[in-house]
Design a protein around this ligand. Sequence first.
Ligand SMILES: [Zn+2]
Length: 85
Amino acid sequence: MSYDRMSDDTPCVIIIAECISCHTPIMAHRLYAPSLRDDDGQRCPICKSCFHLWNKIHRTSKGLKPETLHPLAYSPEELYDEPCN
Ligand SMILES: [Zn+2]
């Protein structure tokens, strides 16, 4: 029980994962990275370009505001990596 509590408060929650959509290895924040559910209902992170693609398909193409990316969604090194679109 206490272990779960501690892991929630841990600032170091960057995980290395594979984007569920394009299978690119990414460093993503366990809580803040955008994610999709896989076939088993598990949340799996998606990379930045897939996130922008998802926004285009599910939000802006329907006249909705795009979801914003959390500033801590990805690893700190990637914060300065501006999206290309
Ligand atoms: Zn991707």
